[in-house]
Design a protein around this ligand. Sequence first.
Ligand SMILES: Cc1cc2nc3c(=O)[nH]c(=O)nc-3n(C[C@H](O)[C@H](O)[C@H](O)COP(=O)(O)OP(=O)(O)OC[C@H]3O[C@@H](n4cnc5c(N)ncnc54)[C@H](O)[C@@H]3O)c2cc1C
Length: 425
Amino acid sequence: MSHLTSNSTTENKASHYDVVVVGGGAAGIATSASLLNRQPDLNIVIIDPANCHYYQPGWTLVGAGVFKAKQTVKPMADVIPKKATWVKHAIKYFKPAQNRVILSNNQTINYEALVVAAGIKLDWAAIEGLPQALGRQGITSNYSFELAPYTWKLVTQLQSGQAIFTQPTLPIKCAGAPQKALYLSADHWLKHHRLNNIQLGFYNAGDTLFGVKEYVPALMQYIRKYSVNLFYKHNLTAVDANSKTAIFTLTDSEGSQKNIEKPFDLLHVCPPQLAPDFIRNSPLADENGWLSVHSDTLQHTQYHNIFGVGDVCSTPNAKTAAAARKQAPVVAENVIHCLNGNNPTVAYNGYGSCPLTVEKGKIVLAEFLYGGKVSPTLPSWLNEGTQPSRLAWHLKHRVLPAVYWHGMLKGREWLAKPLLTQRKL
Ligand SMILES: Cc1cc2nc3c(=O)[nH]c(=O)nc-3n(C[C@H](O)[C@H](O)[C@H](O)COP(=O)(O)OP(=O)(O)OC[C@H]3O[C@@H](n4cnc5c(N)ncnc54)[C@H](O)[C@@H]3O)c2cc1C
């Protein structure tokens, strides 16, 4: 791996690569590694300004005191594949007609093929008063590496009062994560005989507990077990840290809206999410701001040498690392075809997974394809289907972090062989 920093002598010269990868997160690193495993002499550059790479699925367990935050982070330099170049800058804008990207330092990079893996924007500022309130007055979020340890601190300290957990409008990454924080906190309070003194509220901007209906009955058992009050169509719009008040906008069945104020002792916020600004304002975006790709081949709908992978895509799958793990080999295979002047051949089927941590030691493992079709990976004799499972907890706690760091990020495509596309191209 070579690493070009702002001191590099090559800067400001236009450089040229076979493949430019935008973003060194879960999807960008996995795709780069899969590309290099297929064709080791490919000239690949990964462009990402971040110092660190995070295993975000671990943050739920940091917020529950099961992992330490340091188990979920590595220096970016340690995860960039050895044969790839890393340019530590942000992309400023795209010039797709010229096969070119422009970086924050105004450097130009030309490409034969472009892979966009820029993730999702966490829009903390969309909630009035929130950015300055995070990390104090009982206000936290497992959606941040810095704050997940504060969640655990608050959970262990709270003896009584009001605990509020929020979920914004979808799509968000890991749509189950706001509930996971709720269940694991409630489990701790139950086991420490405090739950009778803590009132739990789950305030959801949507109108369902989980998008795939087969998993809802098992989740509802836990809602009842922990005596959680469920509120739908309640969207968190402001936070007053001084008075410890959360302000929700409630939309009724006629569409009229009113504000509701709720006092809290602990507030776990899942921020609203949208496509990153430089994607939303680019010629690569669809009408909702996401990178506009075909849902099967992940090829851009307009530019044949551009592909998308991970949370940034317009595809209607669950935005998860599990989805990126299945998408990366598809994009790698199709990019190689594209570099050889051919059409894409393989397709992604919409697989996504959400390990719903309903208590410490048990998980309802939701796995599904496009259209919410349930699709378990484990054979039926091992798989507890839509019910809570100890084996699934073991998977999340012990197995999946290793699969992520040593499998997915190294381009080892375990249980992720791409399928041939059914579409005539
Ligand atoms: C609390 C929480 C719990 C989760 N739980 C699970 C789970 O249990 N299972 C699961 O499968 N998934 C889970 N996820 C979701 C999973 O982490 C994401 O879906 C996954 O990380 C998406 O990968 P990505 O590469 O698309 O985005 P990311 O991993 O976020 O990477 C995006 C990269 O793009 C870079 N970037 C941004 N802007 C630019 C720019 N202008 N130029 C260059 N680079 C840029 C960023 O620096 C970043 O490195 C969870 C997420 C959270 C937050």
